[in-house]
Design a protein around this ligand. Structure first.
Ligand code: GLN
Length: 466
């Protein structure tokens, strides 16, 4: 699909303007129902497409239309992080990934919705807009990159960029039946990303196809002197040659607490991969997975609370309201942060205070290290880890509104990859028989083996579509 379109764009059979117009038409028809965008840069996109129409040299994303999560800086454009705190903030520079999209001749069509500051799993924590799942508008789109996934699933763009701290690319991908990929930690520059937790976050693509995810991952990855975590890394390449079948481990814990229909679909796909001789599957026991949730959330709360200190109405955020420093800062923060952001700041501050740090934060750091080494041990013996992306299909809107714990628990299968810094992707494998909602297969591999994950995802995609 996208592969063919790119050939047509590069050969001149399809112009960037015609490609863009198709999407603008769709947005005009159904964005009112979906609510994927916080802002559509219509005029600017039309001008850019017209410029690209006449361009002789053609970049890797020539004429493709891309939406970006609103926690990515795009110079001169609002970067709200879907928070009232940054409702009027205009980015003074562009994120490295945004510069890379533009350098390869993409058209950025707009900024898409997300959970506030990327905290959440169903996009309902956006303070600015509600986004619906295009597959069934009574369902959540998943989060936190809900707008990214919805813009791809609804056919509003060719590609989208999201960010993933604990599943925020893969969850919406699974819930809306598109492809989502979170690269290895450090493989994509985070310069210009307002991250949720800086030792977990990665920027990555969402697309209708694995081809699109691969293409975007290649373009946005590689070393960047403005983000030292990328030091010495290579851009994500095409494919790597590895003898088939790949050795895949399937931890039995991945299916505990998992919806029956989701489990059945994932197991069937894994069996198909095995029967085609693509993977050799071994069921394994990985008891450390039961600690994934507390390890992730304690670390994330701590990093988040610390990073959020800058939103005080002086350095960042809405202007001062109040007569003295304490009341002014507290008024700015209590009036402009939503409940989930406040909860995380409070808990993160509490567990990092001098009195409690050793009991909670230091322990969580040590536990993260152990968790990581347990996963590394498995990935020294196996090429891949396979399982469901989410334990269930997209839930109904409002279902978890007053239940933050249920929301946290939903991330159990996606957060291991971020905790260990390894690459992970979600590929759609069909619909649940009863409610007809999409299900994703999750593929993970050892650090730096992004190409292998993408390759396995491509194989799964082929089998599902055969
Ligand atoms: N749902 C997870 C959380 O709330 C992940 C969010 C993300 O990946 N940004 O922390």
């Amino acid at each position: 699909m996208l592969e063919k379109k790119l050939v047509e764009l590069k050969s001149g059979k399809l112009s960037p303007s015609a490609n863009l117009q198709g999407f603008l038409k769709k947005i005009g028809e159904s964005e009112g129902k979906i609510g994927a965008f916080l802002e559509v840069y219509e005029k600017e996109a039309i001008e850019r497409a017209a410029y690209l129409d006449g361009k002789k040299t053609k970049g890797e994303l020539y004429g493709l239309v891309v939406s970006i999560k609103n926690n990515l800086a795009f110079k001169g454009h609002k970067m709200t992080c879907a928070s009232k705190m940054l409702e009027n903030y205009v980015a003074p520079y562009s994120a490295t990934v945004v510069e890379k999209l533009l350098a390869q001749d993409a058209i950025i069509i707009g900024a898409v919705n997300q959970d506030e500051f990327a905290c959440g799993s169903d996009c309902s924590y956006s303070a600015l807009k509600e986004t619906s799942n295009p597959v069934n508008i009574d369902r959540v789109p998943g989060g936190s990159s809900g707008g990214s996934g919805a813009s791809v699933a609804a056919g509003f763009c060719d590609l989208s960029l999201g960010s993933d701290t604990g599943g925020s690319i893969r969850c919406p991908a699974a819930f809306m039946g598109v492809v989502g990929f979170k690269p290895s930690y450090g493989r994509v520059s985070r310069y210009g990303l307002s991250d949720l937790a800086m030792s977990f976050d990665q920027i990555g693509p969402l697309s209708q196809t694995v081809f699109g995810a691969k293409l975007a991952a290649r373009v946005i990855s590689g070393a960047d002197e403005r983000d030292s975590t990328t030091c010495g890394v290579k851009p994500i390449g095409e494919t790597i040659k590895q003898k088939l079948p790949l050795n895949a481990a399937v931890p039995k814990q991945f299916f505990e607490g998992c919806d029956k229909e989701v489990s059945a679909l994932v197991k069937k796909t894994i069996e198909k991969l095995e029967s085609k001789g693509l993977v050799n599957v071994t069921e394994i026991d990985l008891p450390v997975l039961k600690y994934a949730i507390p390890i992730y959330y304690l670390n994330v709360f701590s990093e988040f609370a610390s990073a959020m200190q800058k939103f005080d109405g002086m350095r960042y955020g809405q202007p001062w309201e109040g007569s003295d420093l304490i009341s002014a800062v507290s008024a700015v923060r209590s009036n402009n942060f939503g409940p989930e952001v406040k909860r995380r700041i409070l808990l993160g501050t509490y567990i990092t205070t001098k009195e409690f740090r050793d009991a909670w934060y230091t322990k969580a750091l040590k536990a993260r290290q152990l968790f990581k080494s347990e996963l590394e041990k498995v990935l020294a013996d196996y090429d891949l880890l396979l399982g469901p992306t989410m334990p269930f299909a997209a839930w109904k809107k409002g279902q978890n509104a007053n239940n933050p714990l249920a929301m946290y628990l939903a991330d159990v299968l996606t957060i291991p990859a971020n905790t260990a810094g390894i690459p992970a992707g979600s590929v759609p494998i069909g619909l649940t028989p009863k409610e007809k909602m999409p299900v994703g297969l999750q593929v993970m591999a050892g650090w730096g083996k992004d190409e292998l994950v993408l390759e396995a995802m491509a194989q799964a995609e082929k089998i599902v579509n055969a």
